[in-house]
Design a protein around this ligand. Sequence first.
Ligand code: PGA
Length: 252
Amino acid sequence: MSRQRLLVANWKMNKTVAQARSFAEELGRQTSALPTGVELAVCPPFTALQTLRVILPSRVKLGAQNVHDEPNGAFTGEISAEMLAELGTEYVIVGHSERRQGFGEADDWVARKVRAVLAHGMKPIVCVGEDLEQRNNQATLSVVQSQTSAALAGLEETQLANCAVAYEPIWAIGSGQTPSPQDAQTVITAIRETVATLSGKAAQGMPILYGGSVKPDNIAGFVAQPDIDGALVGGASLKVDSFVALAKAMGE
Ligand code: PGA
């Protein structure tokens, strides 16, 4: 089964509305350079969603970086899945390590967020990954397997068909360091095997991405691996030329 190839830009807390607008306008001028056959998504801060919805080229989907699991209510500062869906958001990053570590998102909360995203017709991109100490203790596979099953267990096959996973080793994020493509492949195979314990069909079809210091000059090595279907990219997604170069390298 051929799987959707997916390149997702995670802008984190970068870009004002004006900066997001100029990125989208410049990307619009370069759309002919974007490869077909690769799904592209940009996840800006919430404040730029509406602007990007209007001016991002239709080739490029809109994503969000976080969501609250409750439908509404007294959750000061939070954003619901319904609010994101109303803005045309198609993807939502869930359980990024910066949220797990900095904002107390435990596995059970991540699982509830996944369900809220799916309930509003959007696609969660569930982030999993080990820290350096866990890696040094050979705990990588057990960490990613338990994070994956905590997020996805209990979902129907039709729901799993709308999920993606991103393997992001915490020590590789923003550090310039990466695992080798072969190491990332080994971990992503283990993630796919975990999904297969829930549904073999979903495991075959689910896009599983690599993230962590992906750049235009290293992305090809990752996506050449049989189980790596794309990338979740922070720093290297902020400039249009770099984003286009990432997309082109994936399309080749
Ligand atoms: P990075 O971030 O590409 O800047 O390492 C990736 C991420 O955190 O999603």
